[in-house]
Design a protein around this ligand. Sequence first.
Ligand code: AMP
Ligand code: MG
Length: 397
Amino acid sequence: MSNGLLSVDAALEQLLAGAKPVREIEEVPTLEATNRVLARAQRSTMDVPPMDNSAMDGYAVRVSDGNKLRVAQKIMAGSVGKPLEAGTAARIFTGAPIPPGADAVIMQENCDLQGDQVILRKKPRQGEWIRLAASDIRKGGEILPAGKRLLPQDTGLAASVGIKTLPVYRKVRLGLFFTGDELVMPGEPLAPGRIYNSNRFTLRGLAEVFGCELRDYGIVPDTLEATREVLRRAAGECDVIVTSGGVSVGEADYVKPAVEAEGKLLMWRIAMKPGRPLAFGVVQNSTFIGLPGNPVSSFVTFLIFVRPFLLRTQGMKEVTPRAIDARADFDWPEPDARREFLRVKWNAQGGLELYPTQDSAVLTSTAWADGLVDNPAGHAVRKGETVRFLPYSELYW
Ligand code: AMP
Ligand code: MG
């Protein structure tokens, strides 16, 4: 970039090139595997359904036997019937196996009962209301690919073919610490000049969202020694260290010299707003990512940079968030020269509204919003125009 800034994409590319996926695999109960990343593709060892079964409560019949049949047996789900004798029907319930000889199920709503006879008011079609064996899953077929983050429906699918445990990557160990002598925790007195450590809550919450095993080192004083010491400790315990604050070039910004003293550091000035300064380095075997201290900046840079880095480290290949084309119901007449991530919210008309102040210290904007508009550098948005929207739902994993 001509202005000496690094583009978001170039920074992301360098960052992801440094991501080392965790190798260790652990076998966890399928019941506890939601939100973990699957380490090996799973195949089914059985056909689903394992046998032809009824999709309805009704009568299993042989179509060629006509429309007046003796009800000779009853088959509940979980039991097995006898072969269907000519001229008979089997009372059958949803999920129950089709008896040999039957070739259709007729819904009970289309039948009349006369003593032990059933009258079919409508001729069933061959195969009607029969779920064929293996029509859902074939024995040996892949049901879940490696590298997939397991959602509730995925663990349900694994369980439906009898898989009791699943191989998943161990969780990424994420260390967090927060620089700034001005920081206090909620519950402590707020002396003049002090502020609450809101980033601790936002970043910890994000660590949980992304399924990390969290090490929270708390507030670190603005001294070189304290910053070096926590870095050393965190590097020994974590895969990734994320910090907030101290990456500007002010007098109290010790992150840069501390990482340089303990490892290697790249200091970036990124062409994005919010969040110009970003630090990326290596300390021992762990990756260091230093986010800016401004609450909106640290939130947005976490989503744009740390999120894909964590997903890649966690064994996922696809880490690009899916953007949605959406209508801007706002004007943004004076865009920044940097790519901007604007806090916006859906309105009742299906368009996007803009939070009135986009200042990176105004955390309210992030809580109000439904996501971010990814606005190209220097691009003025006009009402009605289509913009690239990144909903939080696509950014949380
Ligand atoms: P820094 O990047 O350290 O210069 O911080 C930039 C701004 O963000 C300053 O106004 C800080 O007070 C504020 N800030 C830094 N860390 C936090 C934090 N953990 N929570 C809330 N605000 C913070
Ligand atoms: Mg600071």
